[in-house]
Design a protein around this ligand. Structure first.
Ligand code: FES
Length: 148
């Protein structure tokens, strides 16, 4: 089934928006700009409305995810303990921008507001495993080991 066929298998009503997004996410691992345009056209709603909903639907990704998913905590404790430095180090070392996937598809760099492990800040999750009391040096080293 093509993405267009999936979209058009739903009722032409606003209630279909969320389930369409979920199904495309499950099938492709992300929802493209083209998908959003096609959904807007089919449901006869402005693309802007979909973009607003996407801010709340954290499960929906707007680009293909990398082989390795890195999530750096940007909650208050982790920020205080240097999570921005960690993000910058990952960006510089692996050619990836926060919220995006590197061109080689190796790494997606995301952030989160809190892992509820604030006492062990800063926290970084790599491929589902949480690392605590991180430094930019040890996270870069761990990532190099995981990726290469
Ligand atoms: S602020 Fe980072 S785990 Fe809570």
């Amino acid at each position: 089934m093509t993405n267009k066929e999936i979209i058009e298998s739903y009722n032409k009503s606003k209630e279909s928006l969320s389930p369409i997004l979920d199904e495309l996410q499950d099938m492709n691992g992300f929802v493209s700009k083209n998908d959003i345009a096609q959904i807007a056209e089919y449901l006869e709603i402005p693309e802007k409305e979909i973009i607003i909903l996407l801010k709340y639907k954290k499960n929906i990704k707007l680009e293909k995810q990398g082989e390795n998913i890195v999530i750096v905590c940007k909650g208050p404790n982790c920020l205080k303990k240097g999570s921005i430095d960690i993000i910058k180090a990952i960006e510089n070392e692996f050619g990836v921008k926060e919220g995006h996937t590197s061109k080689d598809g190796k790494i997606t760099l995301d952030t989160k507001n809190c892992f509820k492990k604030c006492g062990f800040a800063p926290n970084v999750e790599i491929n589902g495993k949480l690392y605590s009391n991180c430094t930019k040096e040890n996270i870069v080293k761990i990532l190099k080991d995981v990726i290469y």
